[in-house]
Ligand binder design. Structure first.
Ligand code: BJ8
Length: 423
């Protein structure tokens, strides 16, 4: 057993199953990410971060907890990371992106829920999630029905649910601000650390820096001759949700430097005549590269990503100029309330945003990515497809799960879309 395996065994993981999971994740990553030609050398950091998610990162968090810090598990980008950092705690996104764990969830839970929720539940119930034994608090939110009912199952003393209203009215805004303040209180109680204007301001500036860097990466991705693939940009986003933020910002800055050099040297990952695609919809968390891979191995390029593992995560900075704790909490609440998840009604902002992003990225087409049984993204796809049609932009909606069985079908549809664009 390696040193890390010993730690994982001590944490109570089922090591046989964990070995299967890691083998499965490694194979997927090799086939769908490492197999790409002409990758930037600086992607090595992000490959390693994904690889070490069940290794060095676990050890790092284990040691931080031994030194008195707390770890907070999250499942959604509505959880304000600034508050967690301001109290010296460590946020880690725990959503599952692997088909491997789904059968463990289906032994007990309905099959007819989205694969992201089933994968997350499956990791917890197969005793293979190394973060589960380390988390001091888990934070859920009232976004979709599957998630809300998941919290009833996973919940308990170590669980906090953020009530996210589903309308963007003034009353809803006030309710959300109360939720954000209550969350800050819960985190202070957990950590024993008073969150101050100073610590919140520092955390907001750090998160804003992260957002700026990711925004610049998106700029390279949508440039005329992109020096990075959409799949690699996705990997960077996946790492953003789990990595130590200072180190992560350094790694993204180095990647951007390399991308600048590539542009100067005329290095691009776009094949001649490659069609440009905006991918919009559900997030693709670590372990899930399916639709990106199909699109990019069919001769097109994902030049922008409208999702929580894309623009929704890094758009809109927090107004970090506020001077007081209350002012900063309000600025943080405002920023997160601008996220346009499909759980909102009406959600005109998102419809407009997809069209705007497609135009800005000079996309030839939009592919809407809907995880199976995700009703809100599925229904919203209809309105978005209509808006795209009015804007003269072809689109395709792909509803799928994490399994590979329908990959051939998806490829056929994507190829037909590309063929249509060519003719
Ligand atoms: S802000 S997209 S991270 S909820 S795909 S679990 S919505 S049924 S992941 Fe999400 Fe927050 Fe929204 Fe983003 Fe439900 Fe849909 Fe599954 Fe989803």
């Amino acid at each position: 057993m390696s040193g890390c395996d010993t730690l994982l065994a001590e944490l109570g993981l089922n090591m046989e199953r964990h070995g299967e999971l890691v083998e499965n994740l490694g194979r997927t990553y090799r086939e769908k990410v490492l197999s790409q030609p002409d990758r930037p050398a600086s992607m090595a950091y992000f490959d390693s971060a994904i690889h070490e998610l069940h290794g060095d990162r676990i050890r790092e968090i284990f040691e931080a907890r031994a030194a008195g810090r707390k770890m907070i598990g999250t499942f959604c980008i509505y959880v304000p990371e600034e508050i967690v950092f301001a109290a010296g705690a460590i946020p880690v996104a725990l959503c599952g992106g692997t088909a491997w764990s789904i059968p463990y969830a289906e032994q007990t839970f309905p099959r007819e829920i989205c694969p992201l929720v089933k994968s997350t539940l499956g990791l917890a119930f197969s005793d293979t999630c190394p973060f589960a034994p380390l988390e001091d608090l888990a934070v859920g939110e009232t976004t979709c029905d599957a998630k809300k009912k998941t919290w009833d199952i996973l919940g308990g003393d170590g669980f906090h649910v953020l009530h996210l209203p589903h309308k963007k009215t003034d009353a809803a805004r006030r309710l959300w601000l109360r939720e954000v303040r209550a969350f800050a209180g819960r985190v202070e109680h957990l950590t024993g650390v008073r969150i101050t204007a100073r610590s919140l301001g520092q955390a907001a500036r750090l998160m804003n820096r992260k957002r700026r860097l990711l925004g610049r990466l998106a700029g390279f991705q949508r440039s005329a001759a992109p020096p990075i693939s959409g799949t690699d940009a996705l990997v960077v986003m996946q790492v953003a949700l789990v990595d130590e933020p200072q180190r992560f910002c350094g790694a993204v800055a180095r990647l951007l430097e390399e991308l600048r050099r590539r542009v100067r040297q005329g290095v691009t990952v776009a094949r001649p005549g490659a069609k440009r695609v905006l991918l919009a919809g559900c997030p693709a968390v670590a372990g899930n590269y399916k639709v990106h891979h199909v699109i990019e191995s069919s001769g097109a390029l994902v030049v922008a990503n409208e999702s929580c593992t894309g623009s929704r995560y890094f758009e809109h900075p927090v107004d970090a100029r506020r001077r007081t704790r209350g002012g900063l909490l309000a600025a943080i609440a405002d920023r997160y309330f601008r996220i346009d998840c499909s759980c909102f009604t009406p959600n005109d902002e998102r419809v407009r945003s997809v069209v705007r992003m497609a135009r800005r990225a000079k996309a030839d087409a939009v592919v809407q990515y809907v995880l199976q049984y995700c009703h809100t993204y599925n229904m919203e796809a209809v309105r978005i497809a209509e808006a795209l049609q009015r804007a003269g932009l072809p689109s395709l909606t792909i509803g799928t799960d994490y399994a590979d069985q329908d990959t051939g079908q998806i490829r056929t549809r994507v190829e037909a879309l590309i063929e249509g664009l060519r003719s």
